[in-house]
Ligand binder design. Structure first.
Ligand code: OGA
Ligand code: NI
Length: 360
């Protein structure tokens, strides 16, 4: 598609804006009043005491059926009610997580000229980017990112991955491989929780041929955090997202009804959230939930979002056993087609998965 071949305007690196010491952010980043952090959907007092569920996965593969069942149920409940949870004792090495995150922090702290060697285009989004979506004149988010493909392996192009820091490629391969294993385990849990065979959900998404990619988000300090967002409200288009955020800097907000709940990071936890495709194959049993990121003037924030995706050219549709009424809730579509919409429009709430709703 020709409209996806280049950005509609010259790209400005948000980190460069932040580093320049400006006190007033450019209009391009100023959200309209109702979209700003404090004025939209303000969290009432009670909501400040709420956090997304924290689930200990230690017992997931326990020999003891009752312990396993309790964990499966907790994951299922969180994915139905919140679309989100924080996983602890997930089995991924804390050292590997910290080393990978810090390697990426070093990457973002390289001089801008070095990072520009990886500048991306909207065709594949691979590389160093500073906007999502190609709508001319769009209000932009206060973040830069690096996006890379991991699965299927024929899309994995190590030449496009950062050469500095030198440990980066190796860490990313190991980290992604651990996260893909965790995602597979969680797919089994989500499948069992719907009364399906353990591998059924995964099969519905393409079995062994699923896709995966990593987006590392960098949210520079912002002199006027009340006027902008690090990432606008969206649901994740893929199947499941595994997010590693900074241990001490919060920023992620999850929508709960009319409130935005700020996730309080549990050190070394992995934040798990349901993507649109799991909402579709589960026929709405699991919900992909809107989330967004706020920024602050005191600290930068780094997050690694591992997207576990369906096979690109498979038609994704509700699993038969879950279609209890006459018609499935969602129309079939391939993930490749689905993703083009997001790549064109940028983050736009839940409008996309809603557009798949089948007429009744
Ligand atoms: C994302 C995302 C949240 C965060 O990358 O899709 O929602 O905290 N990131 O960076
Ligand atoms: Ni997201």
């Amino acid at each position: 598609m020709s409209c996806l071949q280049s950005w509609p305007e010259p790209i400005v690196r948000v980190q460069s804006l932040s580093d320049s010491g400006i006190q007033i952010i450019p209009d391009r980043y100023v959200k309209k009043p109702t979209d700003r952090p404090s004025l939209s959907l303000t969290a009432p007092m009670a909501a400040n005491h709420t956090n997304i569920p924290v689930i200990d996965l230690r017992n997931l593969f326990s020999e003891e059926p009752a312990l396993r069942a309790a964990t499966v149920a907790a994951v299922g409940k969180a994915c139905k009610e919140w679309g989100f949870f924080q996983a602890v004792n997930h089995g991924v090495s804390h050292r590997l997580m910290a080393d990978t995150r810090e390697a990426w922090r070093s990457f973002f702290h390289l001089p801008v000229e070095e990072k520009l060697a990886y500048a991306n285009t909207p065709t594949t989004y691979e590389g160093y980017g500073s906007r999502l979506g190609v709508e001319k004149g769009a209000i932009l988010d206060w973040s830069d990112y690096f996006f890379l493909h991991y699965l299927p392996t024929n899309l994995r192009d190590l030449n496009k991955w950062p050469k500095f820091p030198t440990s980066c490629c190796e860490l990313v391969e190991e980290y992604n491989s651990e996260l893909a294993k965790l995602a597979e385990k969680l797919m089994k849990v989500l499948s069992a929780n719907l009364g399906l065979q353990e591998n059924q959900l995964q099969q519905a998404l393409g079995g062994e041929e699923v896709g995966a990619s990593l987006r590392v988000n960098f949210y520079p300090k912002c002199p006027q955090p009340d006027l902008t967002l690090g990432l606008s409200p969206h649901s994740d288009p893929g199947a499941l997202t595994l997010l590693l955020a900074d241990n001490n800097v919060s920023g992620l907000q999850v929508r709960k009804g009319e409130n935005w709940i700020t996730v309080k990071p549990v050190p070394n936890a992995i934040i798990v959230n349901v993507g649109d495709q799991v909402q579709v194959v589960s026929n709405g049993n699991y919900k992909s939930v809107e989330h967004r990121v706020i920024v602050n003037s005191a600290a930068e924030r780094v997050s690694l979002a591992f997207f576990y995706n369906p096979k690109g050219d498979k038609l994704i549709q509700p699993i038969k056993e879950l279609v209890t009424e006459n018609s499935p809730l969602y129309l079939p579509m391939t993930f490749n087609e689905y993703r083009t919409y997001i790549r064109t429009r940028g983050p736009s709430g839940k409008s996309q998965v809603d557009s798949l709703k089948s007429p009744r």
